[in-house]
Each structure stands twice: as structure tokens, then as C-alpha cells.
Design a protein around this ligand. Structure first.
Ligand code: DGY
Length: 325
């Protein structure tokens, strides 16, 4: 029987699937990832690895997995895995695209509303007993309806965010590696260079994967292009934005607010400047965190892993070049 290491407790359905076909070793703590040396030791005897975006599966770990044939990441993003190192050893790498699209788009929209309309700040204000009366200037935010939305990365999630924006009667710009005429036609969105998008948008929402190209894509220079009334939302990967530059821009009122589900380092330190700012709404990377979606992600990761271990082509393969019949 194949041996599988799973780096965190996942939905029972998914665990049962893997258990039915493989011998499992499971890191038991739901809230703390296994230390690197534990993964390194476990991978030495594993045929398959089911891991999370919090596990850095680098070249050394991959090299240690002498029998390793498959790595299945319970996430759509796979920037935590050294895919070329896996491909060089014909190890299949799987991910979980599609199933989390709508749930993540819902959360991006929650952050847009929360940051633009100052919802967490207003909630804190009321609970602290500071609300004296309805007041003409109290907690003024920015309008969403009728404004311009700039989507950075018009992939599956970016498109789902655009679909929701239509209900808010928004003009929608997008930046991507190249124009996407089909999406333009279907969604009524317009391609823009990144700098044009930043200059013209009232709300900017980031949906690009983390790559060498997108690391610190939004830094001081880009933030300086945005409107003082603009809102920046990031539900993709923290490192796409330079956190220090963002904190400076928010503190100095150079942009209006930000909504962040992701950070350069997760969890961020409690003294991270972004956590000290009232105009920054922060969440603990819960974009895909609905009961149904997390169950589907776990099941899909398990299915992909088992397919790879059984010699079948997994439906979602990050490195198809590593697959041979
Ligand atoms: C992913 O899947 O990459 C998200 O960040 C977590 O759902």
C-alpha cells in the first residue's frame, strides 16, 4: 500500500478517501503547521504528500522524498512548491482550481465593502461606546456603486469578482499579461496597462498568482498613482504588495483604505504597521473558508493525489510534462 503524509487534519470525507487507498501519516495539529524537519523526515518514506500553502515544499524536501511520486496542494496557488524540482524527478504536482473561485470572489467583495464603507471601524466605534448621535459627518466612506473597479489578474477569481461588480453598475478595467477578448466580450471589461488601471480605479482588487513577476507588483511607485479616495483589496498572495509601502500610504492618507486577506508573512506580527491602522481591514487568509468549499478542496486534493499514485492522470496537474503513461 502506498504511504501518504498529510500535513494537517482535513475534512473527514477526504481523509476517508485517502485512507481507503493508502497508509496515512497525519500531522495532528489543525492550527500549527508541521515544522520543516518533520516534513523532511516524513517525506523520506512517503509515496505521496498532501500539503497546504503553509508548507514550503522546496528542492531539499523534494530530494529527500526518494519514493515520492505525487504532491497534492490543497490550494489553487502553488507558489509554496518548487515545481521545477518536482518535475525534474517526474513527481506530479496537483492543485485545486475552480472549486474555490466563487467563495473567494465573495470574500473579495466582503473586503471591498468593509474597507470602502469602514465597517469594522464603525463596529469598533459603536462597541466602544463612542456613538453619540446620527451625525452628518460620521464614518463617511466611499461609494462602490457606479465607481470604477480595477482587477489585477483576470483569471477565474478575477472574472468572478467582475461578474459581481455588474450588480453595482461599475465600470471595470483589468490588467493582465495580455488582453482577454473573450472575457471582455462576456463581462464588458476593458484591458488597461497596470499604471492606467491604478490611476483610474476607485477600487483595485488583486487576483494574480505569486510569481517572480508579481512579487511586490504594487509598491510605493504604484501606490502613488492611486487616487487618495481609492481602496486596495488583496485576496491573492501577500507578497504581491509591498506591505511597508502600503502601510505608509494608508497612514499618510495617500489612499483611502485597504482590505487584506493575505500578508507578506502569515500570520503577520502583532506589531505589523498594517495592523495598527484603522483604515486597513485585516483577515486571516480565509478567502476560500466556507464549509462546502474547504470540503471540496480537500476532496479534490485527495482525488488528485490518489489518481497520481495509481498511475492515472490527475484532472488538475500543475506540471503535465511530468506525466507519462
Ligand atoms: C489558494 O487556494 O491558493 C488560497 O489562497 C487558499 O484557498
Amino acid at each position: 500500500m502506498a504511504k501518504v503524509y498529510i500535513t494537517r487534519p482535513i475534512a473527514d470525507e477526504a481523509l476517508a478517501l485517502v485512507r481507503g487507498a493508502a497508509q496515512i501519516s497525519l500531522w495532528p495539529n489543525p492550527d500549527v503547521p508541521p515544522p520543516r524537519d518533520v516534513i523532511l523526515a516524513e517525506v523520506r518514506s512517503a509515496d505521496g504528500l498532501l500539503c497546504l500553502l503553509t508548507d514550503a515544499i522546496d528542492a531539499e524536501i523534494i530530494a529527500a522524498g526518494e519514493n515520492l511520486r505525487a504532491i497534492s496542494n490543497m490550494a489553487v496557488g502553488y507558489d509554496n512548491i518548487d515545481v521545477p524540482a518536482a518535475t525534474a524527478r517526474n513527481i506530479l504536482v496537483c492543485n485545486t482550481p475552480g472549486v474555490l473561485t466563487e467563495t473567494t470572489a465573495d470574500l473579495a467583495w466582503s473586503l471591498i465593502a468593509a474597507a470602502a464603507r469602514r465597517i469594522p471601524e464603525a463596529d469598533r466605534y459603536l462597541r466602544a461606546g463612542r456613538w453619540k448621535s446620527w451625525s452628518p459627518q460620521l464614518m463617511l466612506g466611499q461609494d462602490i456603486c457606479g465607481s470604477t473597479l480595477g482587477i489585477i489578474g483576470l483569471g477565474r477569481i478575477g472574472q468572478a469578482v467582475a461578474r459581481r461588480a455588474k450588480g453595482f453598475n461599475m465600470r471595470i478595467l483589468y490588467a493582465d499579461l495580455a488582453p482577454k477578448p473573450d472575457a471582455e466580450e462576456a463581462l464588458g471589461v476593458r484591458f488597461a496597462e497596470l499604471h492606467e488601471l491604478l490611476r483610474e480605479s476607485d477600487i483595485v482588487s488583486i487576483h494574480t498568482p505569486l510569481t517572480d513577476r508579481t512579487h511586490h507588483l504594487i509598491g510605493a511607485r504604484e501606490l502613488a498613482l492611486m487616487k487618495p479616495s481609492a481602496v486596495l483589496v488583496n485576496t491573492a498572495r501577500g507578497t504581491v504588495v509591498d506591505g511597508k509601502a502600503l502601510a505608509d500610504a494608508l497612514r499618510e492618507g495617500r489612499i483611502f483604505a485597504a482590505g487584506l486577506d493575505v500578508f507578506e508573512s502569515e500570520p503577520p506580527a502583532l506589531d505589523d504597521p498594517l495592523l495598527q491602522l484603522d483604515n486597513c481591514v485585516v483577515l486571516p487568509h480565509i478567502g476560500s473558508a466556507s464549509v462546502d468549499t474547504r470540503t471540496r478542496m480537500a476532496t479534490m486534493a485527495a482525488d488528485g493525489l490518489l489518481a497520481a499514485l495509481e498511475g492515472r492522470r490527475p484532472p488538475y496537474l500543475v506540471n503535465p510534462e511530468a506525466f507519462s503513461l
